[in-house]
Design a protein around this ligand. Structure first.
Ligand SMILES: NC(=O)c1ccc[n+]([C@@H]2O[C@H](COP(=O)([O-])OP(=O)(O)OC[C@H]3O[C@@H](n4cnc5c(N)ncnc54)[C@H](OP(=O)(O)O)[C@@H]3O)[C@@H](O)[C@H]2O)c1
Length: 295
């Protein structure tokens, strides 16, 4: 029997589903249908961002779903150009209006934008919003340990989640201990790794790309062994590693496929072989310390 979606305990006492639905590059107009498909397939966690331009469509999908609000976990992210206190508070209000929600489950600072050096001010705004009961949990995304250390030093408040690029070609093993010690849950973005339609976006932003992961021979062999697809093996790997992930698909059949991962486990040999796919050139996206794109 399927075990269902485990929940990851967050350091503030809340918990979130380990497997959610990613929505980057899903158009606003397609969200009522596709997020609706995801909710119907069983996903209860939805990951969006102001910068994805699709919060209104997601709000529509939520209100049409008939699923009680308390059963859903909604994450959004503060855009890079809104790190001052006033902008952050205004941006958050706009997010909530678009989503049609009164309380958000998780709000993240999308990128630290070090050149602007305002992420501590943005963090204080998130602390304020949490204090007012408008956000249940607050965290960050694409923050290096140096950025997180500074947040903690200057505010005394530790993010409960850091959402970073993480997949079998870029496993971030050197950062796992840091996050564990700080009590910060790691969520992996672009969990299916390089070579997908979504990761092609990084080509246009000057990043090199490692070989496609979904077509990797090792993943294919493990998939054949379990009678599962390559995507399901990769998703299972994240789950077995204790990581949060939100794979995205705009194809209803793949939305279901990516959720059908609770009837098998990887064995020690599978995990050993996938661990060997980690590569110094496996990173797809930008280095947080150098990425200052304003949106
Ligand atoms: N915090 C950040 O800076 C950040 C950055 C990137 C992403 N994210 C979040 O993380 C989520 C996931 O990352 P991502 O969207 O970059 O990448 P991803 O979920 O790893 O991969 C999505 C891509 O894989 C394809 N795909 C999905 N399922 C598949 C399957 N079963 N078989 C074959 N291909 C499949 C999709 O194509 P189709 O749509 O055509 O199926 C799409 O091109 C995002 O949607 C977003 O919510 C956050």
């Amino acid at each position: 029997m399927a075990e269902g979606v485990p929940r990851i305990a967050l350091a503030d006492g809340n918990a979130m589903p380990q497997l959610g639905f990613g929505t980057w590059q899903i158009a606003d107009a397609d969200c009522p249908r596709l997020v609706g498909e995801a909710i119907a397939a069983g996903y209860r966690s939805i990951d969006t961002a102001e910068g994805y331009g699709n919060e209104a469509g997601i709000g529509q999908a939520i209100s049409q779903s008939g699923v009680p609000r308390a059963e859903l976990f909604v994450t959004s992210k503060l855009r890079n150009a809104a790190h001052t206190r006033d902008m952050a508070l205004q941006s958050f209000d706009e997010t909530m209006t678009r989503l049609g929600l009164t309380e958000l489950d998780l709000f993240l600072i999308h990128w630290p934008v070090p050149a602007e050096d305002k992420y501590v001010e943005a963090w204080r705004a998130l602390i304020e919003l949490k204090g007012e009961g408008r956000i249940r949990s607050i965290g960050v995304s694409n923050f290096d340990p140096v950025h997180i250390d500074r947040l903690i030093k200057e505010t005394g408040v530790t993010p409960v989640v850091n959402q970073v690029e993480l997949h079998p070609r870029y496993q971030q093993r050197d950062r796992r201990g840091y996050h564990k010690r700080r009590g910060i849950a790691l969520a992996g973005w672009s969990p299916l790794g390089p070579g997908t339609g979504n990761t092609a976006w990084w080509w246009t932003h000057g990043r090199a790309t490692a070989p496609p992961l979904l077509a990797d021979d090792t993943i294919a062999a493990i998939a054949a062994k379990h009678g599962k697809s390559a995507a399901q093996v990769i998703i299972r790997w994240h789950l077995d590693e204790g990581l949060i992930l939100n794979p995205k698909s705009a194809e209803p059949a793949r939305i279901k496929e990516n959720f059908d991962v609770f009837d098998f486990r990887l064995d020690a040999e599978d995990r050993y072989r996938i661990e060997a796919l980690d590569s110094p050139t496996g990173k797809i996206g930008a280095e947080p310390a150098e990425w200052n794109l304003m949106f």
